[in-house]
Design a protein around this ligand. Structure first.
Ligand code: BG6
Length: 480
């Protein structure tokens, strides 16, 4: 039966200042997310969205391109152009060069009347991380680091622990930790939060959630796209730093963390940090890298950058000792899907052994589908109906969020941006979490540099497995 999603509460009027406002991230993710929030009336024309960029050539052309990126909203919800005109009326372009300060007066004049109110002023640094320090300095020099200022930054925060420390230090010279929102957009995904609800709003699974009951965990984040126009960035970062250091480690944390006392920012982050600190350092047999065949042609150069990585992650604590977490992510694979699969241990004794073996040997599995077609499936063994004796078949309990809830599920950026306005840091990474993630990842990067990534064909699930087979396991591929 369809459930209506409860109304979302409005947020207070705010000023969003997007530095890099006409760039890739802003036009593809941030502005469409704000448009959807505007459509749902969660923000209105009392808010402003200031787009700062070094060169803003034609505003009209920019708006046409932006409208294309908002096309799903037009397809699903907007039936006239008035709402688009209303939305674009709260956008304001400012030509600004953070390095030499050109344009700062216009920004100051636009914001200064807001200083005496308690409206949040949100500075979103939608630019490369090597510009974070200059941006913070610029904001301080213009006295824009006022008490209601918040700063939003995106991963990757640094290229390794050392550069991450530098970035954290530069930011903390200007902003307090309570003003810093480090986005990992996977934390804003609906099913990722549902994992918290599944574990901590129910008793059923949490009682099974340990090494006595769980045999292994698999996490797959597979993409069909290649690296497209981000090749030069990607060639420096690769799958380990682009995806594993952040999105996949965060998923591991949410599956493995202990229940906090309250769903509250620092308690959640303390528990995630404990998981990161308990990760066992990897050996070279527990890491496999790959590269899709056309990568070097796209780059125009030879390169050892991995576009695929698989790992066997072990967590050194009482709950998880002995349970492998098999993790993989890659580009140009056969399916775009993110899934967490929890495989439970086999039953200790088989009372049906004299009957057909049919499906009864299949272990129970919980499949948490992060995207697309978000939902949960529990794989069970059932008796085939009819008087034919005890025959078994695999069956499943299926909770598809799309079928259960009538409205669209908002994109991760919509939720995260509204949380920044509300001042809720629960779904954002704290600086010590980022550093602990690098502590685990830096040695993996070093080991991977000693390996040649195995080439794989586009449209496959990456190179042939070398990790799970040693343990007698196989990857379970997500369905299209
Ligand atoms: C980004 C990575 O953080 O996440 C990209 O930089 C990747 O390389 C993207 O494609 C995947 O996000 P999603 O939401 O499409 O799974």
């Amino acid at each position: 039966m369809m459930q209506k999603i409860p109304e979302t509460a409005n947020v207070i009027p705010s000023d969003f200042v997007i530095i890099g406002g006409t760039g890739h991230l802003s036009i593809r993710k941030i502005l469409p997310a704000l448009f959807w929030r505007f459509l749902d009336k969660q923000i209105d024309n009392k808010s402003t969205i200031i787009l700062c960029d070094k060169n803003i050539n034609s505003w009209d052309d920019f708006l046409i391109t932006l409208k294309n990126y908002c096309s799903d909203a037009f397809f699903k919800k907007v039936d006239n152009d008035k709402v688009w005109d209303d939305f674009t009326s709260i956008l304001k372009p400012i030509q600004l060069d953070i390095k030499n300060g050109n344009g700062h007066l216009e920004l100051l004049n636009t914001l200064k009347e807001k200083f005496d109110t308690n409206r949040p002023i949100i500075f979103y640094l939608a630019i490369a991380s090597n510009l974070f320090a200059d941006s913070c300095k610029f904001l301080r020099d213009c006295s824009l680091n006022v008490s209601q200022s918040r700063i939003v930054i995106e991963k990757p925060i640094g290229k390794d622990k050392l550069t991450a420390i530098e970035i954290n230090d530069q930011i903390s010279e200007v902003f307090k930790e309570t003003q810093v929102y480090r986005i990992d957009h996977y934390l804003g995904k609906e099913t990722v939060q549902n994992l918290m609800a599944l574990r901590f709003a129910n008793t059923f699974f949490e009682n099974q959630w340990d090494n006595k009951n769980i045999d292994n965990v698999q996490i797959t984040v597979s993409e069909t796209d290649g690296v497209k126009d981000r090749i030069s960035y990607y060639n420096q970062y690769g799958a380990i730093r682009d995806m594993l250091q952040n999105h996949l480690l965060q998923l591991i944390c949410l599956v493995a963390m202990e229940p906090p006392s309250f769903y509250e920012a620092d308690q959640m982050r303390d528990e995630k940090l404990r998981v990161l600190k308990a990760l066992k350092p990897l050996t070279k047999d527990e890491i496999q890298t790959g590269q899709y065949r056309s990568f070097t042609d796209e780059l125009g150069n030879s390169s050892n950058t991995e576009t695929f990585v698989a790992l066997k992650v072990m967590i050194n604590n009482w709950r998880w000792a002995g349970v492998p977490f098999y993790i993989r992510t890659g580009k140009k694979l056969s399916t775009k899907a993110s899934e967490i699969i929890i495989t439970f241990k086999k039953k200790p004794h088989d009372i049906f052994s004299k009957f057909t073996k049919d499906a009864q040997d299949n272990p129970n599995r919980l499949i948490i589908r992060v995207q697309p077609e978000e939902g949960l499936k529990l794989k069970l063994t059932s008796k085939a109906p009819g008087p034919g004796g005890m025959r078994f078949f695999p069956s499943e309990l299926n909770l598809s969020f799309g079928d259960t809830f009538s409205d669209r599920l908002p994109d991760a950026y919509e939720r995260l941006l509204m949380d920044v306005v509300r001042g809720n840091q629960t779904l954002f990474m704290r600086s010590d979490e980022v550093l602990a993630a690098w502590d685990y990842i830096d040695p993996i990067v070093s080991i991977s540099k000693e390996q040649e990534p195995q080439l794989y064909r586009t449209g496959t699930m990456g190179p042939e497995d070398k990790i799970l087979s040693i343990d007698g396991h196989k990857w379970i591929d997500p369905k299209d």
